[in-house]
Design a protein around this ligand. Structure first.
Ligand code: COA
Length: 214
């Protein structure tokens, strides 16, 4: 399957996302859209992460089109610097499964992964009560990111092998451990968001991230 070719009636070049009235250097977090070319940006970030397995660019266009509501991109001055690709499993609609998350090296360690995940949880609250993702045991930043979300929302996290390493063909593969965070209380979600806003205001600093749900 391919995207419409240029020149066909429904074909369109990616158009720049509309300006979000962002101050210079402010990271804007929003839902991805096919027409903004976000799929290609997500694909580039996945490849450049140096950790995520390589997938076809098609996959990311598909996420930006069909799973935009459960996914996120982060950009600074119009350049994508992070994304989350997620979906709600058809048989467990109360859960958000995060298939991939990546943050550009230039902005790692500043809380962007956590901000994108909290933004998504807030967007989908109260429809979801669990956040799921698989993590390989050697990936400490990812492990800490997901445990941190559970801590922020005052809930638990179970960790069980979902896809054993020996299920994978090719070169050796680590176990993929399913992190299942929850149950997530919508009140905790709202409280966390408020706390973040109050903290930023009290410190007299501008927010590093701005979550817009356009
Ligand atoms: C995992 C990743 C998305 C985290 O993004 P980030 O924006 O740097 O993460 P945050 O700043 O929100 O930090 C989240 C937690 O990870 C920890 N962390 C961040 N970078 C770390 C590092 N290099 N080593 C150890 N811990 C690290 C932070 O300290 C924080 O934990 P804490 O709350 O307990 O202090 C990013 O490292 C990445 O893109 N990695 C490559 C792709 C990948 O591994 N994706 C996950 C596959 S499941």
């Amino acid at each position: 399957m391919t995207l419409p070719r240029e020149g066909s009636s429904s074909a369109s070049k990616p158009v720049a996302a509309p300006p979000q009235e962002a101050e210079d250097g402010l990271i804007v977090v929003r839902r991805p859209r096919l027409e903004y070319g976000d799929g290609g940006a997500m694909w580039r970030l996945a490849i450049e992460s140096g950790v995520l397995e390589e997938n076809a660019e098609y996959t990311y266009h598909m996420f930006s089109h069909y799973f935009g509501e459960t996914s996120t991109v982060a950009e600074v001055d119009g350049r994508a610097v992070g994304f989350v690709a997620g979906f709600r499993p058809p048989y467990r609609q109360d859960s958000l499964f995060v298939w991939q998350i990546a943050v550009d090296e230039s902005v790692r360690g500043r809380g962007l992964a956590a901000a994108m995940l909290h933004g998504l949880i807030r967007r989908l609250s109260p429809r979801i009560h669990y956040l799921e993702a698989t993590v390989t045991p050697s990936n400490e930043p990812s492990t800490r990111t997901f445990r941190g979300i559970a801590r922020d929302l005052d809930t638990g996290v179970s960790e069980e092998i979902l896809f054993p390493g020996d299920r994978f063909h090719g070169p050796s593969h680590e176990d993929e451990v399913l992190f299942r965070i929850g149950p997530i209380d919508p009140e905790r979600v709202a409280e966390y968001a408020l706390r973040q806003e109050q903290q930023a205001a009290a410190n007299g600093i501008r927010n590093l991230h701005k979550v817009v749900d356009s």
